[in-house]
Design a protein around this ligand. Structure first.
Ligand code: PGA
Length: 249
């Protein structure tokens, strides 16, 4: 019942003109993949050009971050109104790189999630444990607290409509994917946490992606799991051919 959602997180790659080239290559390769919601998330400077290139392709546009305020003296930041005008529909929030390098906290993720929903866009809220936390057996404690804090104060209806990306930090960009069983166990735990806080209907509806070294050759097994509804793809989304194989798993 949950429509799978596969999103490419281009991170700090691709100028506007390079983004247009990638979309031009990608669009015909994923045309007709209406069983999957396909999203690309270029850097902010390439959003406008990418939006133009995506016209009539069926591919959706996402941003990699936002500020929660509508406007103001926040040098270097981008607001949801600015993103909306560029046809952005999804916003990645709380990616581990933003938590690690740019002081993103559960509190700012919560402010951004609320603002994104209020603006009518769909948050992709990222959670995930470090290698130390996994080895110490505290994965569920960490991920559970990120989910509870990141979504605090939302209604069940709001939670039903958003996307959560489970990305174990040790699997991002390392070539080391979580086994599909391990990834599914944490996604199922996230769904159980949502059920506890927001009720069964929200838990059944919320889409949970796995992210971390997803590639053409591991996507099918991940997607076959009961609680994995899609993928957030970094490195492998920068190649049209490779990303199209993931979308067409
Ligand atoms: P990766 O990145 O696919 O390159 O591991 C995933 C992500 O950070 O979203």
């Amino acid at each position: 019942m949950r429509k799978p959602i596969i999103a490419g997180n281009w991170k700090m790659h691709k100028t506007a003109s390079e983004a247009a080239v990638l979309v031009k290559e990608l669009a015909p390769l994923v045309a007709g993949s209406d069983k999957v919601t396909v999203v690309v998330c270029p850097p902010a400077t390439a959003l406008a050009k990418t939006a133009e290139s995506l016209a009539n392709t069926g591919i959706h546009l996402g941003a990699q971050n936002t500020h929660w305020e509508a406007q103001g003296a926040y040098t270097g930041e981008t607001s949801l109104g600015m993103l909306k005008e560029l046809c952005v529909e999804y916003v990645i929030l709380g990616h581990s790189e933003r938590r690690q390098y740019f002081a993103e906290t559960d509190e700012t993720v919560n402010l951004k999630t609320k603002a994104t929903l209020a603006a009518g866009l769909v948050p992709i809220v990222c959670v995930g444990e470090t290698l130390e936390e996994r080895e110490a057996g505290t994965t569920e404690a960490r991920v559970g607290s990120q989910v509870r804090a990141g979504l605090a104060g939302l209604t069940a209806e709001q939670v039903a409509g958003l996307v959560i990306a489970y990305e174990p930090i040790w699997a991002i960009g390392t070539g080391r994917t979580a086994s599909s069983a391990d990834a599914n166990a944490v996604c199922a735990f996230i769904r159980a946490t949502i059920a506890e806080v927001f009720g069964r209907a929200a838990a059944e509806a919320v889409r949970i992606q796995y992210g971390g070294s997803v590639k053409a050759d591991n996507i099918a097994e991940l997607m076959a799991q009961s609680d994995i509804d899609g993928a957030l793809v970094g490195g492998a989304s920068l190649d049209a051919n490779g990303f199209s194989k993931i979308v067409n798993f």
